[in-house]
Design a protein around this ligand. Structure first.
Ligand code: FAD
Length: 469
């Protein structure tokens, strides 16, 4: 097997979390390599969905640092519109998905990160429970890549799991995982015609109970750059009765903008998929593509504003909301998230709503349904802290977790998986990995105050004024 020379930090996975982690690591002085199975960066965040909960429902900003810099730089070229307060989700920040990928790439290049694309991280080199590198598979065969520290930003905790870290798959009591969805975008939509229909049929636009004063979206809201909604339950029911629609969802998730006439559709859904099982994942790829075409035809046929629309693009792969939660010395809980808890070793903050999709068709989670379309959303009133202990696997050293597989319960992961939160944990993981490599200390042994000082110097938001700093 070919072996490469040792490098300071390897980041496995170039999604939302991994790209930010690699920038943070390289800016912190570590020779850093970013590996991804595809030839691009940005992961799920580059498929067209809004960044929800950049600020919490109380209007406090949760995301600073590299994530905030990304939005600021995109904003300067008119490719991101930041932080509109929203009744349901704290705030909505929209970015042009292709520009987002390109800006991340530019920031990675500026930071002098090395890339290794079309390369799958398949295994680990472990000595005395410490990971010393990764084994990858690519067109050249198998390669061994030693590293002083590794960030696992694969979303599924592939690296930690291969190294023997304990994890919980999905929900603790039965391994049930959130359903998967393929996101796609439709262009050529007459958005005015769509909203005219919704104004005439307010029952066709979902308004969560008890969320606001019940007055619904105002005309001012509808003029915003991006509206995130679940809509058209009556049209969906009609199409279903006519045998035209089989998707197990009673509403169509739609986000408008940022480009006029382009909408992002979040409507396909397959239950019971295990994103760490290749056969299950293959079934999900095929079924979500079949559903995507079905939903597209439904929109064209039945929804006002879509008659001249065309399919613009589809996510590069099926979107997996949940798989492994790697167990750290601390597991972030629903209570932590809803209470806006802060920890002495807080290294990131989150404000993405607790976003749990029904685990089975028609099921209810968390007791009360407050959202439509088979989704339960709970707003984050006060952004919560994520402790460093949730980023380091409890029983394997040399790895730092970033993104949606960090140590959190099934319910808390409904919030932790949000794109802005993944950028915040990515930033923290990159800094921790670089410091670990430089000091030759395993990540868990670093002093929290040193990590916090480094992150704060890079603009990360760790504490809010009311919290103990
Ligand atoms: C359908 C859907 C809708 C969502 N809606 C929203 C929303 O509206 N707003 C919001 O903020 N969040 C939303 N989310 C959540 C959010 O998009 C993701 O949880 C988040 O982007 C995950 O970031 P990540 O970096 O952890 O993982 P990913 O973005 O999945 O990145 C993982 C990267 O690692 C690579 N990779 C994986 N395994 C390997 C391996 N073994 N070797 C090499 N490379 C590997 C992948 O190619 C990918 O580039 C949604 C998620 C889904 C699935």
């Amino acid at each position: 097997m070919r072996a490469r020379p040792e490098i300071d930090v390897i980041v496995c996975g170039g999604g939302t979390a991994g790209a930010v982690a690699a920038i943070a690591s390289a800016r912190s002085g570590a020779r850093t390599m970013l590996i991804d199975q595809y030839g691009r960066v940005g992961g799920m965040a580059s498929t067209g969905m809004s960044f929800l909960g950049v600020s919490d429902a109380g209007g406090r900003r949760a995301l600073g640092g590299i994530g905030a810099e990304l939005f600021e730089r995109l904003g300067r070229i008119g490719a991101a519109f930041e932080d509109r307060p929203d009744k349901q989700v704290g705030s909505v920040t929209v970015a042009d998905p292709l520009a987002l990928q390109q800006m991340l790439l530019a920031m990675l290049l500026e930071a002098d990160v090395q890339f290794l694309f079309h390369t799958f991280c398949a295994d680990t080199l472990v000595e005395d429970r410490r990971v010393r590198g990764v084994v990858v598979a690519n067109k050249a065969g198998l390669e061994m890549l030693p590293a002083r520290a590794i960030v696992d930003a694969t979303g599924d905790g592939d690296i930690a799991a291969r190294a023997g870290a304990r994890f919980v798959l999905g929900r603790e009591r039965d391994a049930a995982m959130q359903p998967v969805t393929r996101i796609f975008r439709v262009a050529g939509v007459d958005v005015e015609e769509m909203f005219a229909y919704l104004r005439q049929h307010p029952e066709e636009m979902d308004l969560p109970d008890g969320w606001n004063d019940g007055s619904g979206y105002s005309d001012k809201d509808l003029e915003a750059t991006s509206i995130v909604m679940d809509a058209f339950p009556a049209l969906v029911a009609e199409a279903r009765a006519a045998g035209e629609l089989t998707v197990p969802r009673d509403r169509i998730g739609i986000e408008t903008g940022p480009a006029r006439g382009v909408v992002t559709i979040n409507a396909t859904r397959v239950h019971g998929i295990n994103g760490t099982d290749p056969d299950s994942l293959t079934h999900a790829e095929v079924e979500t593509q079949r559903q995507m075409f079905e939903v597209f035809q439904f929109l064209k046929r039945r929804v006002p504003g879509f008659s001249r629309a065309n399919l613009q693009d589809a996510a590069y792969q099926v979107g997996v909301r949940e798989t492994r939660h790697i167990l750290g010395e601390y597991v972030v809980t629903l209570d932590d998230v809803l209470a806006g808890r802060t920890f002495t070793d807080t290294v990131a903050r989150g404000a993405y709503p607790v976003d749990l999709h029904d685990l089975h068709p028609g099921a209810q989670v968390l007791g009360a349904r407050v959202g439509g379309g088979g989704v339960t959303l709970r707003p984050i009133q006060l952004a919560y802290g994520i402790p460093a202990r949730a980023l380091t696997p409890a029983d394997v050293d040399g790895i730092v977790m970033a993104g949606r597989a960090i140590s959190a319960s099934h319910e808390a992961a409904g919030s932790v998986r949000g794109q802005a939160v993944c950028m915040a944990t990515g930033h923290a993981a990159g800094v921790i990995a670089a410091m670990s490599s430089r000091a030759d200390i395993v990540p868990r042994k670093l002093q929290a105050k040193d990590v916090q000082a480094a992150l704060t110097a890079q603009g990360a938001i760790l504490f809010h004024p009311p919290d103990p700093a």
